[in-house]
Design a protein around this ligand. Structure first.
Ligand code: UFG
Length: 335
C-alpha cells in the first residue's frame, strides 16, 4: 500500500515510517520541519535500507497538498502533523487550533476528492481530561480537557465522528496515546524537543547529560503510592507498531470508525521513573521535590483490552528498554 504520512519526520512519525517500510509499504512523507530536522530522513533510510518520497510542505498549503494527491496514487493517510506542547498551547491557542484543526479539515477535503478514505489519526489520552477512574477505557468520558492542545484533539475526534456519521465509506482509526518515551534502538532517531523539555523523560536525559542542573518533581502529595504523579509510559517503537496494526485493520476489514487507547496498562510514578532510569543506565539523577504543576492529574493509565482484542496489539518493550533507549539516543545527540 502507498501511505502518506504527515509529520513523518517527527518523533512518533519517524518511528512509524520505519515500521511501515519494514512491513513493505510504500511511504510518502510530508513534513514542514517545524519541530523536526532533515537528518531524520537520512536516518530512517539508514535504519531500514529503504527509500521513500518526501515533500517539504505545510498542510495549510491546500493546493500543494492537493498536488501531492494528484501526483501519487495514495491508499491511506496517517496524520501526525500537529503541535503538541501542552504549556505552549495555553499561550498561543489560536495557532494550535489553526494548526491542529484547520489543517486536518483541508486534508479530509482533499482526501475525499481523491477518494482516499482510510485515515489513522494521532489523538491523545489528554482527551479524557481528569479521569473519573483508572485504568481509563475508551468509553470513559471525553471533552473535559484542560488545555487547548487537548481540546484541539477532542475537536478533531468529534469532526471525524461527524464525518463518519455522514459518510460511512470512510475507514478511520483514532489512536489515543498515553505517554510516549524511548527511541529507536539504533540511537539514530528519537525525541529532540526544542528548548527546555516540558516532559519528564527528555528532562531526565538532559539532567543525565549535565545540560540541566536538576529535575523538579512536580508534587509528592498526590493520592498515589509515593505521592508523585503516575503515568502510562509507552515505548515509541511499540506505539509505532500500533499504527501499523491499525492500518492493517483498515486495509483488511469492514469499514468503520475505531477508537483505541495505546498504552501499556501499567502506571509508574515520577520517582519510579527516576529509579528505573538510574538503574538501567547506571547514573544518578539529581532531583528536588517542588510544587505541583498546574493542570496535572494524579494518575493516568490505560485499559489496553480493546487494542489487544481488536488490533492484536500488546506493548512489548519494558521500562528498562524505555530508559536505556532514551539515554542511548540523548547521549549521542550533538548539541
Ligand atoms: N513531571 C515532573 N517534572 C518534570 C516533568 C514532568 O515531575 O519536569 C511529572 C508530571 O508532573 C507528571 C509526569 O511527570 O506527573 C509526566 O509528565 P509529562 O509532562 O511527561 O506528561 P503528561 O502526562 O503531563 O502529558 C503527556 C503529554 C501530553 C499527552 C499526555 C497524555 O505531554 O501531550 O501525556 O497522557 F496528552
Amino acid at each position: 500500500m502507498k501511505i502518506l504520512v504527515t509529520g513523518g519526520a517527527g518523533y512518533i512519525g519517524s518511528h512509524t515510517v520505519v515500521e511501515l517500510l519494514n512491513n513493505n509499504h510504500e511511504v510518502i512523507i510530508v513534513d514542514n520541519f517545524s519541530n523536526s530536522k532533515p537528518e531524520v530522513l537520512e536516518n530512517i533510510k539508514k535504519i531500514t535500507g529503504k527509500d521513500f518520497k518526501f515533500y517539504q510542505e505545510d498542510l495549510i498549503n491546500k493546493d500543494k497538498i492537493n498536488q501531492i494527491f494528484e501526483e501519487n496514487q495514495i491508499d491511506a493517510v496517517i496524520d501526525f502533523a500537529a503541535f503538541k506542547a501542552v504549556g505552549e498551547s495555553t499561550k498561543i491557542p489560536v495557532k494550535y487550533y489553526i494548526n491542529n484543526v484547520s489543517t486536518i479539515l483541508f486534508l479530509l477535503e482533499i482526501m475525499d476528492s481523491h477518494n482516499v478514505k482510510k485515515l489513522v489519526f494521532s489523538s491523545s489520552a489528554t482527551v479524557y481530561g481528569t479521569p473519573d477512574n483508572v485504568p481509563i477505557n475508551e468509553e470513559s468520558k471525553t471533552g473535559d480537557t484542560t488545555n487547548p492542545y487537548g481540546t484541539s484533539k477532542f475537536f478533531v475526534e468529534k469532526i471525524l465522528k461527524d464525518l463518519y456519521a455522514a459518510d460511512n465509506t470512510w475507514d478511520i482509526a483514532i489512536l489515543r496515546y498515553f505517554n510516549p518515551v524511548g527511541a529507536h534502538e539504533s540511537g539514530l532517531i528519537g525525541e529532540e524537543p526544542v528548548g527546555i523539555p516540558a516532559n519528564l523523560m527528555p528532562f531526565i536525559t538532559k539532567v543525565a547529560k549535565g545540560e540541566l542542573e536538576e529535575l523538579k518533581v512536580f508534587g509528592n502529595d498526590y493520592d498515589t503510592l509515593d505521592g508523585t504523579g503516575v503515568r502510562d509510559y509507552i515505548h515509541v517503537v511499540d506505539l509505532a507498531i500500533a499504527h501499523e496494526k491499525a492500518l492493517e485493520k483498515l486495509i483488511k476489514e469492514e469499514k468503520g470508525l475505531y477508537i483505541y487507547n495505546i498504552g501499556t496498562g501499567k502506571g509508574y510514578s515520577v520517582l519510579e521513573m527516576i529509579q528505573a532510569f538510574e538503574k538501567a543506565n547506571n547514573l544518578t539523577i539529581k532531583y528536588q521535590i517542588t510544587e505541583r504543576r498546574p493542570g496535572d492529574i494524579a494518575k493516568c493509565y490505560s485499559d489496553t483490552k480493546k487494542a489487544e482484542k481488536e488490533l492484536g496489539f500488546v506493548a512489548k518493550k519494558s521500562l528498562e528498554d524505555m530508559c536505556k533507549d532514551s539515554w542511548n539516543f540523548e547521549k549521542n545527540l550533538k548539541k
